[in-house]
Every structure is written in structure tokens, then in C-alpha cells.
Ligand binder design. Sequence first.
Ligand SMILES: [Zn+2]
Length: 121
Amino acid sequence: MTGDTTPYWDACRRHELVVQSCAACARRVHPPAAECPSCGAADLAFAPVSGDAVVHTFTIVHRAFVPAFRGREPYVLAWVDLAEGARAFGQVVECPPEQVRIGMPVRVTFDHDDLPQWRPA
Ligand SMILES: [Zn+2]
């Protein structure tokens, strides 16, 4: 992530998902950036999103390479398309890994570390 991500993490601590919105072209930008990747404008403001998304693609992790995730296998990591039009990353929870599908509706939820995760909608 580049740019000032403080508002994003502050919102996560409130269990609220916010995504930048470009003042010049209205594109939603995520992960947080200093400039709009579409038009180059630097006027990006964080705004809440619904938390509704669909699974764009995913992988089932059978061997965690991140120590904090060891013992949780198998688990699912996914890119999801937000209803507002940006793509976000996170773990899919509350669903057996073999039941996750591309196009599956999901909704944001937050874990005990205040990280956004995705559960079946
Ligand atoms: Zn823009």
C-alpha cells in the first residue's frame, strides 16, 4: 500500500470498510493509493462501502508460509469484487473451503485483529 492508509486502518478498527473515491472521476480505488490509477488525480477521499462483494478468484491454502496462519489450514484467500467497483483481498471464513466458488456473494466481517474477512452473504 502507498499513500496515507491511516483512515483505512482506523475504519477497520471500527469494523467499517472504507475505500477511496476519486473526486475527479468517481472511480473507487483500493488498496489505498496516493493517486487515482485511472486519471492520476491526487484528490482521493475515504468513504464507506456496503461490504457486499462477490468472489473474483481464490486459492485454498494447505501449507501456510506465514507463521501467524499456521494451524489454520486449510483456509481460503480470495480477491473479491466490491459492489462499488474496487477489488479487495482477504480470507473467506464461515464456509468450508471446498464450497467457495467464483461469483459467490460474500459480505465483509472483521476478525479479532480487525482485519477484513469475507463470509458467505
Ligand atoms: Zn480518478
